[in-house]
Design a protein around this ligand. Structure first.
Ligand code: GMT
Length: 378
């Protein structure tokens, strides 16, 4: 197939999933055309079947905001016509699904049928999408897509609850690439971080409000009072300064902020526990990547996290904001080596269910179904 992929090119979960999916499809022999404003962050090596088409909205003195949606729609039209796309798969509804709709209508005037699949990722529904500023366009463009997928059952339910949806939504969960995310021996690195064999806790996020990074610091300070431990904070974002200040006043010697890291899997390889206290999380890709590296998860019960982290098996789940419960559960695991070892093994077993090799065929089958349906509806 000739597949167009529209996504955010950054390190955010939706961009990561879109890029890894595209790379996987290219490995299977499909031609994959990324259409976005910047080379996707995870598109870091050459592949003969992968193409990148930049969207660059023209500046003009009249525009306070250059119209990205319009430039994107035009680029989709251009790529579809010249590269003969069989299908367009857009990740994150805003503004990708509405630009895709516009492109589709324009292509109709050229007698070209372009089936569009929209994958909902989370905040495009739960946070930004349901805001009345965007809601009518999001509802319309979901309903006008030829196919719609959600990354968890929880997100599917949220979408049906908050929007007037007149069509089916297929759940195709996120995935992890075990070629990259697997535990590797980084003992020298572990020794440098935890020279006295302290336990290592880790948090990875974009440090936005919904991630509740303050809870990570609070729970860690409770933990480190009772057991020798270190906390690694990976990522960057609006709440980082606040979190650093909080750590400084409470337990700064044991907390390290590492900023954005390319090789997260190396840090995960030396970690004992992953902390995800999010207030809202459609899936929790960062937790899945940790589990693939054999790291159990202490998480909140938000959104789709319980579909990934199984309470009492791959980690523990507590109510959003219950810092004391998070600390208690963490201590229970950290102070029982046998239990920790068991949970590490369970985390890997659970992560294997989300192996790219299992999920990729689901997307391929869905693409074929949607293409067939759109041909018969023509
Ligand atoms: O977590 C973020 O703020 C980034 C956001 C994104 O779209 O890049 O992540 C969402 O999509 C990820 C990939 O599907 C999911 O794993 C995250 O759970 C989801 N984030 C939220 O729902 C807050």
């Amino acid at each position: 197939m000739n597949i167009g992929i529209v996504c955010y090119p950054t390190f955010g979960g939706s961009g990561v999933i879109a890029t890894e999916l595209g790379k996987g499809l290219a490995q299977q022999g499909h031609q994959v055309h990324f259409i976005t404003y910047q080379q996707p962050a995870r598109l870091d090596s050459f592949h003969a079947n992968v193409f990148y088409h930049e969207v660059r909205p023209a500046e003009y003195p009249l525009f306070e905001y250059a119209p990205y949606d319009t430039a994107l729609a035009s680029r989709i039209v251009d790529v579809t016509r010249h590269d003969k796309l069989d299908l367009l798969h857009v990740h994150y509804a805003i503004p990708h699904a509405s630009s895709a709709y516009l492109a589709k209508q324009i292509l109709r005037t050229h007698n070209i049928n372009l089936p569009v699949i929209t994958t909902l990722h989370g905040t495009d529904i739960t946070l930004v999408g349901k805001d009345p500023i965007y809601e009518p366009v999001v509802t319309f463009s979901i309903n006008e897509s030829n196919g719609v997928t959600a990354v968890s059952e929880s997100l599917r339910q949220d979408t049906l609850k908050h929007f007037k949806i007149t069509r089916d939504i297929e759940v195709i969960p996120n995935f992890v690439d075990f070629a990259r995310f697997k535990k590797s021996n980084k003992e020298h690195f572990r020794k440098a971080i935890a020279p006295n064999d302290e336990k290592i806790l880790v948090h990875v996020s974009n440090f936005r409000g919904v991630k509740r990074v303050q809870d990570v610091i609070e729970m860690f300070c409770l933990v480190s009072k009772k057991t020798p431990a270190k906390l690694l904070m990976i990522g960057d974002g609006p709440e980082r300064q606040m979190a650093e200040n909080l750590a400084r006043t409470k337990c700064s010697l044991d907390v390290r902020f590492l900023g954005k890291q390319e090789a997260v899997e190396e840090v995960l390889s030396i970690s004992d526990l992953f902390i995800m206290p999010s207030e809202s999380e459609s899936f929790g890709l960062a937790a899945l990547e940790a589990m693939a590296c054999e790291v159990p998860v202490i998480s909140s019960d938000a959104g789709g996290i319980p579909e990934v982290n199984i309470d009492g098996v791959t980690g523990y789940i507590v109510n959003v904001g219950d810092v004391q419960a998070m600390a208690d559960k963490a201590l229970k695991l950290l102070n029982d080596d046998k239990l920790l070892k068991k949970f590490k093994k369970n985390a890997l077993i659970q992560a294997k269910k989300f192996d790219l090799a299992n999920i990729l065929p689901l997307y391929e089958a869905y693409y074929k179904k949607i293409i067939q349906e759109s041909i018969s509806q023509k």
